[in-house]
Design a binder for this molecule. Structure first.
Ligand code: BGC
Length: 505
């Protein structure tokens, strides 16, 4: 019999908070990698050394506002990281199951350290790209293990907030990178080396942290280490009496043990609801258009007629808004729930994107610049957009997929969510500058259409997972949802994938 307790006792100890923070440094690494590339690719020294053609075009920027940075190789510098992470997340899923969450975080930090060293020392394109690939493998391992780790060690009533520490650190990483970019932009000719190499510092903190943190009880019990699992649970809850929660974890592990091949299990009907939700959350997160802003903020602001310094500064402003607004989510996620945050944000994101598109379509022609006043309005609208993303799709894109899979398919299913994030981050990173060049301001309308779609998705298909213990998710959420329960039927649940259209129609 599955227990469906909705809460268990716990204390917040210094040790458990240190575990959360150390692990969250994995998010900081991810954020730093996101933030650093936009700044580096707008630095003249970097462009002259590696992308002289782009630099040449930038000098004649007056010719075309929307197309000055459109270069596939330059985009590949930004996006190679995400391809590497995409592939690595499946290896990371195996590592997470076979070795545990803690060693997977250690592996991530080692790749980050190697990536920082190589990128900072790069003399040729190919070393630069290898450095990005090493960072990417780090991201694949870190982004698989850290959100799962945080979700599994969090007390159920604070799970949303604890998991969002990952995203909070992502936003801090992006801001840190923006500040470093701003600081080194006058450091000639090696400012870009400093920007890329500084990533080694948080990587070192993550490395040390990964030696100190606990393994999660679920991972220990799943790998047959039951006594250690119970001890770990006592330690992270700060209590001796953890029997009820331990029993629920054990039951989940027993069910998990019956599943020999989690990837095969994911092809069954009963796995479709969390899989569809997990992947959609990540795909939609990317189609908000957030990374068009995050990667290319300095480039974008230059495109909008800001001078070099002013545009880096504007990126610092959006970066700060991103960090601050994430606190709203930490506060609200376990109180108002996931769905309300997502729906509110869709409305705010839609209004700001349509307004940006309107201003640019009317006022920013292929050549010329915006007036100061209008440029300020655009920055304000970008801030409104970033703010709403930061308390919704940003953190929840990671939280929801980490809490919707039952233990037996958790690491495998989450790997699909992570890789969907990476794939679409890659696609947008690779395509954005060309899209901007061809679609011009209408690019913001393209993202607006997606925002409408994702709003409808939340309204009709996304279940509320606030306050549900993850190890009773199937019983408490999936078997009760009006649409998804049709997939969970005992007999039909074992059927293969091709049966699903009949079930929802
Ligand atoms: C996303 C990143 C994005 C960042 C912005 C993360 O949740 O996965 O792609 O750049 O949020 O804060």
């Amino acid at each position: 019999m599955v227990s469906t307790h909705t809460t268990f006792n716990s204390k917040v100890t210094i040790y458990v908070v240190s575990c959360w923070i150390f692990a969250a440094f994995g998010g900081l690494m991810f954020g730093y990698d996101i933030g650093v590339s936009g700044g580096v690719t707008s630095m003249d020294d970097f462009l002259i050394k590696f992308f002289p053609r782009v630099h040449e075009r930038k000098l004649h920027a007056k010719e075309d506002n929307y197309c000055k940075y459109d270069d596939q190789l330059l985009q590949l510098f930004t996006s190679s990281l995400y391809l590497a992470a995409l592939v690595a997340s499946f290896g990371a899923s195996k590592a997470c199951s076979a070795l545990g969450r803690k060693p997977t975080i250690l592996i991530a930090s080692t790749f980050f350290l190697a990536g920082a060293a190589l990128s900072a020392a790069a003399e040729h394109h190919w070393i630069l790209i290898i450095g990005r690939i090493l960072f990417g493998i780090g991201v694949g391992f870190g982004n698989e293990a850290v959100p799962l780790f945080l979700t599994e060690v969090a007390p159920v009533q604070h799970r949303g907030a604890v998991n969002i520490l990952f995203q909070l650190f992502v936003t801090m990483g992006i801001l840190f990178a923006n500040l470093v970019n701003y600081g080194v932009s006058t450091l000639h000719p090696n400012g870009w080396r400093v920007a890329l190499g500084v990533a080694g510092t948080p990587a070192l903190v993550l490395f040390i942290g990964s030696l100190v943190i606990t393994e999660t009880p679920a991972s220990l019990v799943e790998r047959g280490k039951e006594t250690q699992g119970k001890e770990a649970l006592k330690k992270i809850r700060g209590l001796d009496d953890v029997d009820a929660e331990y029993e629920q974890i054990k039951e989940a592990c027993e069910r998990a043990k019956l599943v020999k091949d989690p990837f095969k299990k994911l092809t069954k009907l009963s796995s479709m609801p969390p899989l569809i939700i997990g992947i959609s959350m990540q795909v939609f997160q990317q189609f908000t258009g957030i990374n068009a802003i995050m990667f290319y903020a300095p480039v974008l602001f230059q495109t909008l007629g800001f001078k070099n310094d002013a545009s880096l500064l504007s990126a610092v402003i959006t970066g700060s808004v991103n960090v601050l607004a994430t606190f709203v989510s930490i506060y609200a996620v376990d109180k108002v729930g996931r769905r309300k945050l997502l729906i509110q944000a869709c409305a705010q994101m839609l209004i700001s994107q349509v307004a940006i598109a309107g201003i640019l379509l009317v006022h920013l022609k292929t050549t010329g610049t915006l007036t100061r006043g209008l440029a300020a309005v655009v920055v304000l609208l970008v801030c409104l957009f970033v703010m709403s993303f930061a308390w919704s799709w940003g953190p929840l894109g990671w939280l929801i997929p980490s809490e919707t899979f039952p233990l037996e398919t958790r690491t495998a299913g989450f790997a699909f969510a992570v890789s969907a994030n990476m794939l679409f981050t890659f696609i947008i990173a690779q395509a954005f500058l060309s899209m901007l060049c061809h679609m011009k301001a209408a690019i913001f309308l393209f993202f607006s259409a997606w925002i409408v779609l994702m709003g409808l998705f939340v309204v009709f298909l996304l279940p509320e997972t606030k306050g549900v213990p993850i190890d009773s998710i199937t019983e408490t959420v999936w078997k009760k949802h009006p649409v998804w329960k049709k997939f969970m039927n005992e007999k039909k649940g074992h059927q293969a994938l091709d049966q699903w259209p009949k079930l929802i129609l």
